[in-house]
Ligand binder design. Structure first.
Ligand SMILES: NC(=O)c1ccc[n+]([C@@H]2O[C@H](COP(=O)([O-])OP(=O)(O)OC[C@H]3O[C@@H](n4cnc5c(N)ncnc54)[C@H](OP(=O)(O)O)[C@@H]3O)[C@@H](O)[C@H]2O)c1
Length: 295
């Protein structure tokens, strides 16, 4: 489980700031810690953004028992957590895959859970944006092998939507379904690069928007879910913290990189544009925009 940050960190230094989009009026303490923040203007569909932390050698998960979380990658860095909280506070919806839930199974994907001592600042931001204090939590699982007793489902602190297959829904309905949980079954498609079938990312977004109309949707991963969103060209912005550690890989490694189960280069190369860069100590906070679905 990620350790919640407590001590408020030093402010980030802005090295490059995007001038695109609308400026968000941050509460004073968040403005001091992060600097100014702009988000893309509304374009008739929600803005979909992702946030990850990676090592210098491109590892996002050590994938080892007790060391599979993003905290092991960032060094449990307080500034990274402050940014995670900020992006969660901006989001109407947070989407994660079953693997990410499995790695941090006691966690809630709220701003307050990742940085409790900034909870009031995040709450003020959500309120100023007219958003719910807690984003809708969307969990994607083809198999439906989820424990509905986990806090994200059973604590009653967040609304959760499980997107699964018909077989997965049947499996889940063998458990008591808490009142805060909705389960929807979606058709899968055969997915190149993945061993089996997957729910297409456009169908995930469609189902999400039917349950909660959203302006900003945060995809927190993991790498397989993110790969499906990139394959559908549905990620508008990637926030990426570059943590100054080398994780290394064994020859037959299980360690994960940002995208797994999908390939892009060289046949379907996917290039982003750096729009924002901040520094906190030796960590860098990168932000890239990606071209959307061709019109
Ligand atoms: N460094 C970071 O910032 C960061 C961020 C996020 C996650 N992580 C790490 O990444 C690791 C998890 O990686 P992962 O690739 O396993 O994560 P994941 O994408 O969260 O989970 C994969 C699982 O989610 C379900 N899933 C994902 N996409 C699906 C789709 N399109 N259709 C149907 N089911 C789908 C499937 O569940 P079923 O098997 O139930 O069918 C699949 O096995 C963890 O260690 C986590 O801590 C790191």
């Amino acid at each position: 489980m990620p350790r919640p940050a407590t001590a408020v960190p030093a402010p980030l230094t802005t090295l490059l700031a995007t001038r695109c989009g609308q400026r968000v009026a941050l509460p004073p303490r968040l403005e001091r810690l992060y600097g100014s923040l702009r988000v893309p203007s509304q374009r008739g569909r929600p803005c979909v953004f992702s946030n990850f932390v990676t090592t210098l050698d491109g590892v996002v998960s050590l994938n080892e028992t007790g060391h599979a979380s993003g905290g092991d990658i960032s060094g449990f860095n307080a500034q990274d957590r402050m940014v995670m909280g900020l992006l969660r506070a901006l989001a109407d919806v947070v989407i994660i895959g079953a693997g990410t839930l499995g790695a941090d199974s006691r966690h809630l994907w709220t701003a307050a859970a990742i940085f409790p001592s900034l909870a009031e600042d995040y709450r003020q931001l959500s309120a100023a944006l007219g958003s719910s204090e807690t984003p809708l939590h969307v969990i994607v699982s083809g198999s439906g092998t989820l424990d509905l007793g986990l806090p994200v489902f059973a604590a009653g602190k967040v609304q959760a939507l499980i997107l699964t297959t018909t077989a997965g829904a049947k499996h889940l309905l063998r458990q008591a379904v808490p009142a805060s949980v909705e389960i929807r079954a979606i058709r899968t498609i055969r997915t190149p690069g993945r061993s089996g079938r997957a729910i297409p990312a456009p169908a995930i977004l469609d189902a999400v928007c039917r349950v909660r109309p959203a302006r900003r949707i945060l995809v927190e991963g993991g790498p397989r879910l993110l790969g499906d969103f990139y394959a559908a060209r549905l990620i508008d912005e990637q926030f990426l913290t570059l943590a100054p550690q080398i994780a290394g890989r064994a020859a037959d490694d299980r360690r994960l990189s940002l995208v797994m189960g999908r390939t892009f280069a060289p046949d379907d190369a996917l290039w982003g544009r750096l729009t924002d860069l901040r520094r906190g100590g030796s960590h860098l906070y990168l932000r890239y925009s990606f071209p959307g679905v061709p019109a």
